[in-house]
Design a protein around this ligand. Structure first.
Ligand SMILES: Cc1ncc(COP(=O)(O)O)c(C=O)c1O
Length: 411
């Protein structure tokens, strides 16, 4: 995924292991954005030739993203990123279709999901059921089956967790919810960037433009039609930050949360980020085009990293599911050493990682996700996460092990 040329970018190529926070920018995304800016940006709502050209770029990007993710272009609503798309999904779907005032989610959702649910609880009197997960981060299916009620309006369960890498099947919960007529949303921000995700509404006869042939998503693929809406974010695919999308079935009512000029068919007002959207589409096309082969290479590297950390670093334990996990994701607790000090020591050695979710960076409390797995506070504070965009070079792996061992021994 390299291709950048500045000294800083060269550093990123060596030891940037924080792709789950933001993946390195793909050269194709950079090129697409530069093309927009160099040709002169215009407002996609303007009624003149530059405006029509901007509109064409936005609609072309919408079609490209829809095809790559098995959706119809009309189902894609551009937003300012994953956080906004999750907020729009939770608040917009729940307020537009009040089958009742009950929402179901899980204890390990991203804060943009949980806080949106809590907002509905606080301001609109919704009731919230937060499903527990087991020690690997899988939703407790028995609790899930009990949770649905006649007044349940929305179920929101993420496809994969960014902090611990666990991938959910959704399966039974989503199917039962849909049978009852409950709307199902899934945060696919982490999953869609590295696993074959399909919204299941288009057969995508050929691969997304620009991608190698034969990689079109299978319309029956995961999570397919078992969900009504999914969230994706550009910067996890290697596109620019600050742009994302909610993909939502056309028949569903959605109450807008940002009011104004009525862009995005009234669902999300605000001038479209034309260059960002073009970069987003380029990144999605490349990422989804390579997903099978990239995932296999990442899994090998991830498994080697996990095996060596567990074997060579005293006190290390894996967090998240051992096999049902994102391809490039390895997260640990390392008993007796703070995650912050591990992060600093690794950074000093030229390896950039996270000590918890970057979206919650700056907070010193233990991660709610790790506590939901049943970890005690002190152990949760020792978390460190490696998320790979490319397979690890052997020297980088050796360096990681050296740094972790020396931090533990200094302890
Ligand atoms: C699972 C998940 N959902 C949502 C988000 C938020 O996306 P964004 O950073 O685009 O606001 C993140 C960010 O890490 C995430 O991991």
């Amino acid at each position: 995924m390299s291709g950048a040329s500045s000294p800083d970018a060269a550093y990123l190529d060596v030891g940037y292991l924080d792709a789950a926070a933001t993946a390195p920018l793909r050269p194709e995304a950079l090129r697409a954005m530069l093309d927009v800016w160099e040709s002169g940006q215009a407002n996609a709502s303007s009624v003149h030739s530059p405006g029509f050209r901007a509109r064409e770029l936005v609609e072309g990007a919408r079609t490209r993203i829809a095809r790559a993710l098995g959706a119809m272009p009309g189902e894609v609503i551009f937003t300012s990123g994953g956080t906004e798309a999750n907020s729009l999904a939770i608040v917009g779907l729940a307020l537009a279709r009040p089958r009742g005032r009950h929402i179901v989610t899980t204890a390990i959702e991203h804060s943009s999901v949980l806080e949106s649910c809590r907002y509905l609880e606080r301001v609109f009197g919704f009731e919230l059921t937060v499903l527990p997960v087991d020690a690997d981060g899988l939703v407790d299916q028995a609790a899930a089956a009990q949770a649905l009620r006649p007044d349940t309006t929305l179920v929101s369960v993420g496809l994969a967790n960014g902090e611990i890498g666990t991938v959910q099947s959704l399966g039974e919960l989503a199917d039962s919810a849909r049978e009852l007529g409950v709307t199902v949303h899934s945060d696919a921000v982490q999953a869609a960037a590295s696993l074959p995700v399909s919204f299941g509404s288009s057969t995508a006869p050929s691969a997304a433009p620009g991608a190698p042939a034969g990689v079109a998503p299978d319309p029956s693929a995961w999570p397919g039609r078992s969900v009504d809406a999914i969230t994706v974010a550009s910067h996890k695919f290697g596109g620019p930050q600050g742009v994302g999308a909610l993909i939502v079935r056309g028949h569903l009512q959605l109450e807008s949360i940002i009011h104004g000029g009525g862009q995005e068919r009234g669902a999300r007002s605000g001038t479209e980020n034309v260059a960002g959207i073009a970069g987003f589409a380029a990144a999605v096309a490349v990422a989804t085009g390579q997903i099978g082969s990239a995932a296999l290479a990442l899994m090998d590297s991830r498994d080697e990293l996990i095996a060596r950390v567990l074997a060579e670093v005293p006190g290390a334990a894996l967090t998240g599911h051992p096999s049902e996990r994102l391809p490039g994701h390895a997260s640990f607790t390392i008993s007796g050493v703070s995650g912050e000090s591990l992060l600093v020591a690794l950074d000093t050695a030229g390896v950039a990682v996270s000590s918890g979710s970057a979206c919650a960076a700056g907070k010193s409390e233990p991660s709610p996700v790790l506590l939901a797995l049943g970890l005690r506070d002190e152990l949760a504070q020792t978390a460190v996460r490696f998320s790979l965009a490319d397979p690890l070079a052997p020297e980088t792996l050796d360096r990681i092990i050296r740094v972790l061992r020396s931090e533990v021994l200094r302890g």
